[in-house]
Design a protein around this ligand. Structure first.
Ligand code: GDP
Ligand code: CA
Length: 334
């Protein structure tokens, strides 16, 4: 047991990211360490029915606040859908995308504050005040960047000259359940984006940076694509420790395998580590937590210049997840 009090930054998506963050919060509480700064993907954000949605921010927010629907895996506990039914009657929004009543309360509050001129990170700060979260939440950027999935077209009018069609990530994921084979992912708006206030400072001041077991392509990918962020991680004095979202060659939850295949990365813990790359080689990682099921690939990870650490990686309950986070902190030597 280490008695240190590290300053921790976590890079996170929604599902794996929020679960892991709860573990980090517990591990840091055990050490009496300061609250972690969690940098959350905003590539999935979108405007729908006149309101701004931030799926990953809200997943992390609700989860840390204990307000999430654990059975369903997304949204608020005790949710109702009266407004959604009414929106469907009007033919507004997306018929395949449910907006819960409580969730809409969040979106209305957020949209109102944005309209009043608050920046997205100021809005996240306000949303963070209602419940004691035990972490400091930051969006990756205040700029509007999207994640689009480019698919092969079928001759429709809305296609590009190349015969390809771009869908918003949410449509591809929720409506088509990731069944349309992606040609590639794009982040329109990214070139003009910059990290949200506080992100670069948190990275520079960190004792350790943790990469949550989140989707490497559409959750961690957009965070790393924010101009300046990768450079800041490379320049940081803190070690960067990643946690594999792949266990035994399979994604635990979600459809990350489809995303990995689209960018030419095999669905394996070692291939994802290689995709992130060794910091010594200009990549991201110093160390990589691998599941016990993937112990065989430890040598492969090591050969790439990344220190492999084999651990149980199932986030089955709060204690197991806190132990995982603790192992990641130990790996960083903090
Ligand atoms: P999204 O933004 O909602 O897609 O969520 P994330 O990107 O944060 O998380 C999705 C990833 O979490 C998937 O690729 C899963 O493989 C991973 N994941 C979910 N549960 C677990 C778990 O118990 N252990 C590990 N190691 N990974 C998990
Ligand atoms: Ca997401």
């Amino acid at each position: 047991m280490s008695a240190s009090r590290p300053r921790v930054v976590v890079l996170a998506g929604g599902v794996g990211g929020s679960t892991f963050t709860v573990g980090v919060r517990a591990a840091l509480a055990r050490r009496g360490a300061p609250e972690a700064t969690v940098v959350v993907n905003t590539g999935d954000d979108l405007w729908l029915s006149g309101v701004r949605l931030q799926p990953d921010i809200d997943s992390v927010l609700y989860r840390l606040a204990g307000q999430n629907d654990a059975a369903r895996g997304w949204g608020r506990a005790g949710e109702t859908e009266r407004v959604n039914a009414e929106l469907q009657e009007w033919g507004a929004g997306w018929p395949w995308f449910t907006l819960g009543d409580l969730d809409l309360g969040t979106h209305l509050a957020r949209t109102g504050w944005l309209r009043e001129g608050l920046t997205p990170s100021e809005v996240v700060a306000r949303l963070s005040q209602r419940w004691p979260l035990g972490v400091h939440l930051l969006p990756m950027t205040d700029h509007e960047v999207d994640t689009h999935v480019v698919i092969a077209g079928d001759g429709d009018a809305d296609e590009r000259e190349s015969g390809e069609r771009a869908l918003h990530f949410q449509e591809w994921w929720t409506r088509y359940r990731a069944t349309l084979p992606p040609v590639r992912f794009e982040n329109p708006g990214m070139a003009a984006a910059s990290p949200a206030p506080g992100v670069l400072e948190a990275i520079a001041d960190a004792d350790v940076v943790l990469v949550a077991p989140s989707n490497p392509v559409v959750s961690i990918g957009p965070i790393l694509a924010v101009p300046g962020l990768r450079e800041a991680l490379r320049a940081a004095s803190a070690p960067v420790v990643g946690v594999s979202p792949i266990i035994g060659g399979r994604v635990v939850r979600g459809m990350a395998d489809v995303c990995l295949t689209a960018i030419g990365v095999e669905t394996s813990a070692s291939a994802v580590a290689a995709h992130y790359g060794a910091r010594a080689d200009g990549g991201l990682l110093d160390a990589w937590l691998l599941a016990e099921e993937d112990a065989d690939s430890a040598d492969e990870v090591s050969a790439r210049g990344i220190r492999p650490i084999v651990r149980p990686l199932w986030m089955t309950d709060a204690a197991a997840t806190a132990d995982m986070a603790d192992a990641a902190l130990d790996a960083a030597g903090v």
